[in-house]
Design a protein around this ligand. Structure first.
Ligand code: RRO
Length: 310
């Protein structure tokens, strides 16, 4: 069979956005632009989701910001970024030139700040195919005020992001038992899809210094350690809202992991922590997914999406 191209149609639809395949990068793990372009063909991925951008430049949290954990990683980057305007001018052109479909992730401390970031994206070039509204960063100073833990606040930030004038995806939190309610609130406010989910709240304590290891103390846990949590979160969301497109994220490191998310109900997946260990991971997972489908006679993703629900 050497040389034969697999006859698999991997195209997928996330709301109004059609993607050539379901393997995307996860926000915060692929930089702001074409950082990964030396390692893989960004145009070959479903889309590139950039690190969350604020309307203004933002310094982020004190070091250390990342720490390896068993089967995963803890981070408290603290939303560092150049701001939307600088990104549009200095980073996006090189990324757009790769031919990649770009998803701009935005964040704010207030609803107005989300609106401002979205407004600045209104004139972005058409390569920016969607906006991911990051309602769920665990590393804000006031965790009790996390937007994605309130249906009212989730709806407010999704609504504010309408100013970008493109499809909105809401990135939700796994740290609330009310995830399906948050997803419903996001959709009622205009989100075309939900990204499920962000990192799990965690902490590592240094036994020598006897103090929390990350500069900011607490952080977000990612990687294979959280995959069963993320798969369950996708399954719950699909069960409650079968019509809502879901982008699954949390510890995808192989084609089989991606298939697991599709079976739970995701229309696409994002690869994050695996990219830190191997910058080619998204491309490898995409290639292996095509082979996985081909070997099992799976011709389109409709044969997989949501099938675990019976
Ligand atoms: O920058 C971060 O610390 C960060 C963000 Br914005 C997020 O959404 N999730 C995460 O684990 N870290």
């Amino acid at each position: 069979m050497r040389g034969r191209r697999p006859a698999v149609d991997l195209t997928t639809r996330v709301g109004s956005v059609e993607l050539p395949n379901p393997v995307l990068t996860a926000s915060g793990t692929a930089g702001y632009g074409h950082e990964l372009a030396d390692h893989l063909d960004l145009d070959s991925l479903g889309a590139v989701v950039v690190k969350s951008l604020h309307a203004e430049p933002w310094e982020g949290n004190p070091a250390p910001r990342v720490h390896a954990t068993p089967a995963g990683m803890l981070n408290s980057v603290g939303l560092q970024g150049p701001g939307v305007e600088a990104w549009l001018t200095h980073d996006l052109p090189a990324l757009a030139a790769t031919g990649a479909r770009v998803v701009a992730s935005i964040w704010g401390r207030t609803v107005d700040e989300f609106a401002r970031a979205a407004e600045l994206l209104a004139d972005a070039p058409p390569e920016v195919v969607a906006v991911e509204v990051n309602a769920s960063c665990p590393n804000l100073e006031d965790r009790r005020a996390l937007f994605a833990h309130s249906t009212v606040a989730t709806a407010a930030v999704v609504d504010a992001a309408a100013a970008a004038g493109r499809p909105r995806w809401a990135k939700l939190s796994p740290n609330t038992p009310e995830l399906p309610e948050m997803a419903a609130a996001a959709v009622s406010a205009g989100a075309e899809a939900v990204t499920v989910a962000n990192t799990l709240l965690g902490m590592v304590i240094d036994t020598e210094s006897r103090r929390p290891l990350l500069g900011a103390g607490r952080g977000g846990l990612s990687g294979p350690a959280i995959r069963p949590v993320a798969v369950r979160a996708v399954f719950d969301t699909r069960e409650a809202l079968p019509e809502v497109p879901i982008i699954g994220v949390g510890g995808v490191a192989s084609a089989e992991d991606a298939v697991e998310f599709l079976l739970a109900g995701a229309s696409a997946v994002q690869v994050g922590t695996a990219t830190f260990a191997d910058p080619r991971a998204p491309a490898r997972i995409l290639r292996d997914l095509e082979r996985w489908c081909d070997r099992r006679g799976v011709a389109t993703l409709d044969e997989l999406i949501g099938v675990a629900h019976g």
